[in-house]
Design a protein around this ligand. Structure first.
Ligand code: K7E
Ligand code: CUA
Length: 677
């Protein structure tokens, strides 16, 4: 790591600053400084002593200065990292690597009152139910920030649930999940979510092939009955929702589609999706002597297939497509082939990541079992398609000639997975087996084209890096200052917390040129496995701090019809139906007594009438599994059958004032003597 020159400069600058301060203190300078030199010198001595006592290197000091965020100062960048099988999405400040928020998406989370009775949330969860089962967890992999013109716009973020083929939609006006959609075709997914450059489409690629629509077919019918898929979710920005009726899926051969990326700028209108298991291995380890486990069966071929999908053609065909599976618009493989909706390009070897360069001109593929990254030229792909420079495969899909479309291969090391980009013409690829991040140069129109396709630097990380995320690294205009390695193994990096270890997110400085990569910071992530992350400039985010009006329904983004202002609190009964309109404000609920009968059906609205930033009130009710977080201005509703009699103290779960403990009330449920209770 050639930082020595930089340290020399920092050293000279520091001496210059101290000298200047001393000059000012002694009247030698023109400017009136408010910082007395004695403080500067004192600080210098204390800092020097600390550096010596802790045995810090100059690299350590540089890293500390680069990442330290003084109290009250905000991070300039915000990372949205998937939470893996926690089912959630984590929001992290960069470069301080402070966790700012977890956004609950697929799993109930008590501290944010998510999934414990609130009616709009319950309805949303039901939309995401799987074969009628109320699945309340997910395995989130790839968050995708909404884009305008190929740049993050800070409006929405989408994330997939690999385990159940679902997509979550989060509104960044309040960082809350607004929609869960279940894919009607597939049981699981992986190559999503990612968006087109103006977010008209949220794309979800498949993973393990299966009979479409959840049908049954024996594994011996794999070639004929099992299929891959890619789904195009139509997103309506105004409503902030995916429109099921305008969305569709396309059938693909039973290869295992993996990651995908959207074309941009010159390649806008094309979708790139790689695949593995083009061997169509069917596994079966443990089911007989001849059975070949997937691990080896799916790794036989030297080449798998990059899917190159003509999005505009696909949209046209979908508009007139009659075929449906589970009531969902589904383009059959036959139609896709007849209409030339996609092409294949051979790609080495069990690939994982496919990433489109910032200008949209190159597609970078990493074969997990190949030490190179392979770069394809979009120009060459278009020429090959025009010239019909292809051979059809057994399904009739045109396979473009590898040598005609390949631009370069760069040998980086073992286990390349994912690639990111900066603003200096470098690309970065994670090397899982090497436990390193490689920096290499792009050709074409990028800054380092004179030494194109060359490995420049490798930074060791700890350990076994999966994805990497650079600031605005998926956009047409990456920032090029920080990169985070999302590592799968942490082994010895942190205090021992037992056999289930945290993940390790490592911040890397990519601001310099050449061999200047430097590891800055280790962040343990003990709340799920982040697969992918995206990092946005904080200035692009404009969330509300208080809902716009008292009585706000965050799901409808409008005043709730049951908004309750101070003085409007009441309890009404209609037969066995009891409805409660309650308010909360520091430090009481109104009304504090709710007296009902066992067997009543209860609908209970609570409006937090606070308009002060951070004045959140919780609402916890024992025995009925009710737990809400009601943010300033919000109206929340719960509905339940009062089937258990007794006295139930409800209370506020946020320590909201000195008299927070007094923020309580009684739900008194009189036993129904008729039933003998
Ligand atoms: Cu973990 Cu993108 Cu799902 Cu690679 S994925 S590491
Ligand atoms: Cu409100 Cu505690």
């Amino acid at each position: 790591m050639k930082r020595s020159l930089l340290y020399t400069i920092i050293g000279i600058l520091a001496i210059a600053v101290i000298a200047l301060a001393v000059m000012q203190f002694t009247g030698g300078g023109d400017n009136q400084s408010t910082a007395p030199a004695a403080d500067v010198e004192g600080l210098g001595d204390a800092a020097a002593a600390l550096v010596a006592e802790r045995g810090l290197t100059s690299e350590n000091v540089y890293a500390a200065l680069k990442t330290y965020m003084p109290s009250g100062q905000h991070d300039p960048y915000v990372m949205f990292a998937s939470g893996g099988h926690s089912g959630q999405l984590h929001v992290i400040g960069v470069p301080s690597m402070r966790i700012l928020r977890t956004i609950a998406v697929f799993a109930p989370e008590p501290w944010q009152g998510y999934g414990y009775g609130e009616k709009s949330q319950e309805a949303m969860f039901e939309e995401g139910d799987v074969l009628g089962a109320g699945v309340r967890w997910g395995d989130t992999h790839h968050p995708a920030l909404s884009e305008t013109g190929g740049r993050y716009d800070g409006d929405f973020i989408f994330i997939n649930d690999k385990a159940q083929a679902r997509v979550g939609v989060v509104d960044l006006r309040d960082f809350e999940t607004k929609q869960l959609v279940k894919n009607p075709i597939a049981m699981n997914d992986h190559g999503g979510t990612f968006v087109t450059p103006d977010t008209e489409w949220v794309i979800e690629g498949g993973q393990y092939a299966a009979p479409p629509g959840g049908a049954y077919a024996p594994i011996s019918d794999y070639n004929d009955e099992y299929r891959g898929m890619i789904t195009f979710w139509k997103f309506d920005r105004e409503q902030g929702r995916i429109l099921m009726d305008e969305s569709f899926a396309m059938e693909l051969p039973p290869y295992w589609q993996d990651l995908c990326d959207s074309g941009k700028l010159v390649s806008e209108g094309w979708i790139f999706c790689n695949s593995f298991n083009t061997e169509r291995a069917t596994g079966g380890a443990g089911s007989g002597e001849d059975a070949v486990p997937f691990e080896s069966g799916a790794s036989q071929n030297d080449m798998d297939y990059l899917h190159v999908i003509d999005l505009n053609k696909v949209i046209d065909v979908a508009a007139n497509n009659e075929n449906k599976v589970n009531d969902f618009n589904y383009i059959s493989l036959e139609t896709a082939v007849d209409e030339n909706l996609f092409y294949f390009i051979p790609e080495p070897k069990s690939p994982h990541g496919i990433d489109v360069a910032p200008k949209g001109d190159f597609m970078v593929v990493s074969g997990k079992l190949d030490p190179h990254v392979t770069i394809y030229s979009f120009d060459k792909i278009m020429t090959a398609i025009k010239d019909q420079d292809w051979t059809p495969d057994e399904y009739g899909i045109p396979v473009l000639n590898f040598d005609s479309v390949m631009e370069a291969q760069v040998e980086l090391g073992l286990g390349p997975l994912h690639t990111q980009f900066d603003n200096k013409g470098y690309a970065y690829t994670s090397l899982y087996l090497d436990s390193a991040v490689a920096r290499w140069t792009l050709g074409g129109d990028y800054d380092h084209a004179d030494e194109a396709w060359t490995l420049i630097d490798k930074e060791s990380i700890h350990y076994n890096v999966g994805h990497i995320a650079a600031v605005e690294g998926d956009t047409v205009e990456p920032a090029g200052n920080f990169l985070v390695a999302l590592n799968k193994w942490s082994v010895d990096r942190f205090n021992n917390v037992g056999p289930l270890l945290p993940q390790n997110l490592q911040l890397i400085d990519i601001s310099g040129e050449g061999e200047s990569l430097q590891l800055l910071y280790d962040m343990p992530m003990g709340i799920g496995e982040p697969h992918y992350a995206q990092i946005i400039k904080a200035e692009r985010l404009h969330p509300v701090q208080v809902y716009p009006e008292v009585g706000w329904n965050p799901h409808e983004w409008a005043v709730d019809e049951n908004a309750t202002l101070a003085g409007q609190e009441r309890i009404e009964r209609d037969g066995k139906n009891v409805e409660v309109w309650m308010t909360s404000i520091r430090s009481h609920f109104t009304p504090e007594h709710v007296e009902i009968n066992q067997g009543d059906h209860v609908t209970w609205h609570i409006t937090n009438i606070e308009q002060a930033v951070d004045a959140v009130h919780g609402f916890a009710m024992p025995a009925y599994n009710i737990n809400l977080s009601i943010e300033p201005g919000e109206t929340a509703t719960v509905e339940f059958d009062a089937n258990k009699d007794g006295v139930f103290s409800f209370y506020c779960t946020e320590f909201c004032s000195a008299l927070h403990l007094e923020m309580t009330g009684y739900l008194l449920i009189k036993p129904n003597v008729d039933t003998g209770k």
